[in-house]
Design a protein around this ligand. Structure first.
Ligand code: LLP
Length: 404
């Protein structure tokens, strides 16, 4: 994805051409970028040989999942819907892990019937529910326990999951009780210790702390876990400032952690696989002069891309065609929704814009479309996958008829 001469291209197709063909707002993903991210991920962790389960919540599009499956990944799911779409896109049950604090009877029953690889339980009650359903199905099933390591991921508060005030996982004491309980169960096979401390992590220290907490808990449990599921969380460089998690270092501390153990590693990456593979193409409807800034009113809103409104997240905004002029105003890029949080960014010194121009919101492949809604009764955008010169609609734009 880059400018060729002055025009922005995704693989061999210009954004302007795509917008003409598919209209706006429109999510576009690059197949080659997805492939590159998966190859990089594999290379970084090649000594560990992990089972990599793509976190479906980041992007549950069936075609994308099919491509990810063909590139060798499994899936991490958190609902029956995600489990169904993962299976439908060809991901083998033997590569699927199921996480989440509130799995219902129906969800567990379905997952066990499909014989998925692993359910990571997050409470005593859930362990008992899984055992009961396994007994009803006359099976012995693989189970993991998610530990809450009380570790600060040093990321946004809203996407931290590993501190003791968070609802995720169990305390060390409960973990140790559950290990004993599961060891004596006829229907449960204790396979895994799992953990996930948060998302968009850019520093190594939280992972270091997490591994040392795991080390202690494993020693106390006196149990050899066949799998250690380290969850996801690897952050991406939203601001293009080269601030990245040091993956070599992450790999090396995991290798150290694994010394003397027979455990295999599971990862559940979402954002690091799909985040930077997607853009959102938007058109400027109006430009309105405000008291102190110009409002660039887009046809794209917080219902299409929720992250800025929800987490104050910042996504880079760039023009579809560069014109090398500079505006001396502050541009505030906003959507048409009746909420003041419906804004994407305020930018000084942007190139001069006019109504009808196209702009691109970057790095929206993860938690973009998957967090979208129909707020203000706005139909959801279409999604397009680009593979070299080919563009394919992978989910149709919703029509008003779908909604009304
Ligand atoms: N595993 C578990 C158990 C998770 O809860 C998550 C994300 C992942 C894996 C994948 O994490 P990733 O590699 O993508 O960081 N909506 C927020 C992110 C919420 C993440 C929730 N859990 C956002 O837009 O930033």
């Amino acid at each position: 994805m880059k400018y060729k001469k002055k025009k922005f291209f995704i693989e061999n197709l210009s954004v302007n051409l795509l917008a003409n063909k598919f209209k706006t707002p429109c999510y576009c993903y690059s197949y080659n970028k997805i492939k590159e991210n998966i190859i990089d991920f594999n290379n970084n962790f090649k000594k560990i040989k992990p089972l990599i389960c793509f976190s479906v919540k980041a992007n549950p599009n069936k075609t994308i999942l099919r491509e990810i499956c063909n590139l060798g990944l499994g899936a991490d799911v958190v609902s029956i819907g995600e489990l169904m779409v993962a299976l439908k896109s060809g991901i083998k049950p033997s590569k699927i892990v199921f996480s989440g604090v509130g799995k219902t009877f129906k969800e567990i029953d379905y997952a066990l019937k499909k014989r998925i690889f692993l359910i990571n339980a997050e409470s005593k009650s859930e362990v008992l529910a899984i055992e009961k359903i396994a007994k009803l199905q006359k099976k012995r099933v693989n189970i993991g326990i998610r530990l809450n390591p009380n570790t600060d991921a040093k990321t946004l508060r809203q996407i931290s999951t590993g501190k003791k005030e968070n609802k995720f996982g169990v305390s060390e004491n409960i973990f140790l009780d559950l290990v004993k309980y599961i060891r004596n169960s006829n229907n449960l096979n204790l396979k895994c210790l799992s953990v996930h401390i948060g998302s968009q992590i850019l520093e190594i220290k939280p992972y270091q702390k997490m591994l040392s907490v795991l080390e202690k808990a494993i020693k106390k449990s006196q149990f050899d876990f066949e799998f250690i599921d380290l969850g996801g969380g690897i952050g991406i460089d939203y601001q293009n400032t080269n601030k990245k998690l040091n993956l070599k270092k992450y790999a090396s501390i995991i290798e150290k952690f694994l010394k003397g153990k027979k455990s295999k590693i599971i990862f559940e990456p979402g954002r690091s696989i799909i985040g930077n593979t997607g853009i959102l193409i938007s058109k400027i409807i109006y430009i309105k002069e405000g008291y102190k800034k110009d409002f660039i009113i887009l046809d794209t809103a917080m219902n299409d891309l929720m992250r800025p409104a929800l987490y104050n997240a910042r996504h880079r905004i760039i023009p579809s065609i560069k014109n090398f002029s500079k505006s001396n105003k502050i541009y505030e890029f906003v959507g048409p929704i009746c909420e003041s949080t419906d804004k994407f960014s305020s930018i000084r010194n942007f190139q001069k814009l006019k109504e009808g121009d196209l702009i691109i919101i970057c790095d929206v492949g993860a938690y973009g479309m998957s967090l979208s809604s129909n707020y203000n009764l706005r139909p959801k955008p279409c999604e397009i996958l680009i593979k070299n010169k080919n563009s394919q609609i992978i989910s149709k734009r919703q029509s008003l008829k779908d909604l009304i």
